[in-house]
Design a protein around this ligand. Structure first.
Ligand code: FBP
Length: 342
């Protein structure tokens, strides 16, 4: 393992003002997104949509890495430049989702385990040849009103994340470790904090047991937030305080960056929360973003599948990246949302 290479890749992804665009929606997820704007989810439209994102002017100032899906890593621009090469030429690291989605966890009704370890060593070698410099694996933890998540489900998912991370580092690929505690449900912010902190403790214990070098990973956690059906919603400052408190006590300082998922928050809330966290006292890691929906929802709404709307969609995307870049420095304000596109 070349730890220096892993470290410099991880640091480049979360360099000043930068974060990650999560454009790694699997087939069913991208279909849901395209269905919502009445665009047929065929190969040509998926490729065109991703091309619109990756060719947007100026995004390299704010985007250090893009997570791709297997199909997307093999696709090219209309004039034949492979997407991974296009991104690399722009100084953006190409990454790849390597998990194969979730299955029910046997004998644990209501809980899930992420699949994809079988054959992963070989797949990583191919992805590296195709230009991937980092990877992503998402574990999904649900919270219910009773005893879910169980300690066993947390441990099984943490173990799989660590096996994935070790295989990535062996292949010279930076693993993004994503244990997502879902915001579905009616749980309180305190319950989310308790579960998130327990999940992170298991994850770092497993990473340690597997010999993973923390300097060569990025962590992609959820923010600490009440369930969407919880009667008591939290302020931006409460989310920032609870999240930073939880991470400070669970994430070792050796980790170079924390890149949050957006998890169903609105684009504005996700930016505002990131901003509030970056306004707090210094933390040992870069605090950044790896948003899917919070970067892309406004772009899809602007594009609507029409070529006439491409310029507007790209300006919208650039603006969203820029606002999150400002939030990396704690310099975003909600008032900026109504500024005319810069
Ligand atoms: O269910 P899928 O297709 O694996 O997609 C899950 C999505 O969740 C993410 O991990 C986070 O996305 P959000 O920011 O929208 O929550 C993305 O990287 C990924 O596209």
């Amino acid at each position: 393992m070349n730890i220096d290479e892993l470290k410099s890749t991880a640091r480049a992804i979360v360099a000043a003002q930068k974060g990650v665009l999560a454009a790694d929606e699997s087939g069913p997820t991208i279909k849901k997104r395209l269905d919502a704007i009445k665009v047929e989810a065929n190969e040509a439209n998926r490729r065109r949509y991703r091309e619109i994102l990756f060719t947007s002017a100026g995004i390299e100032q704010y985007i250090g890495g893009v997570i791709l899906y297997d199909e997307t890593l093999r696709q090219s621009t209309s004039d034949g430049i492979p997407f991974a090469e296009l991104l690399a030429r722009r100084g953006i690291m190409p990454g790849i989702k390597v998990d194969k989605g979730v299955s029910p966890l046997a004998l644990h009704p209501g809980e899930k385990i992420t699949e994809g370890l079988e054959g992963l060593r070989e797949r990583l070698l191919e992805y590296k040849q195709l230009g991937a410099r980092f990877a992503k694996w998402r574990a999904v933890i649900e919270i219910d009103e009773h005893d879910i998540p169980t300690p066993y489900a947390i441990r099984a998912n943490a173990h799989a994340l660590a096996r994935y991370a070790a295989l990535c580092q062996e292949a010279g690929i930076v693993p993004i470790v994503e244990p997502e505690v879902l915001m579905d449900g009616s749980h309180s912010i305190e319950r989310c904090a308790a579960v998130t902190s327990s999940v992170l403790k298991y994850v770092f214990a497993e990473l340690d047991s597997h010999g993973v070098a923390l300097e060569g990973i990025l962590l992609k956690p959820n923010m600490v937030i009440p369930g969407i059906k919880c009667a008591q919603q939290a302020t931006v400052q409460q989310v920032a305080d609870a999240t930073m408190h939880c991470l400070t006590s669970s994430v070792p300082a050796a980790v170079p960056g924390i890149v949050f998922l957006s998890g169903g928050q609105s684009a504005e809330d996700a930016t505002d929360h990131l901003n509030a966290m970056n306004r707090q006292v210094a933390h040992p890691w870069q605090v950044s973003f790896s948003y899917g929906r919070a970067l892309q929802a406004p772009v899809l709404a602007a594009w609507k599948g029409l070529e006439d709307n491409v310029a507007l969609a790209q300006e919208t995307f650039f603006r969203r990246c820029q606002l999150n870049g400002l939030a990396r420095d704690g310099k975003y304000t909600r008032a900026m949302e109504s500024d005319i596109l810069a």
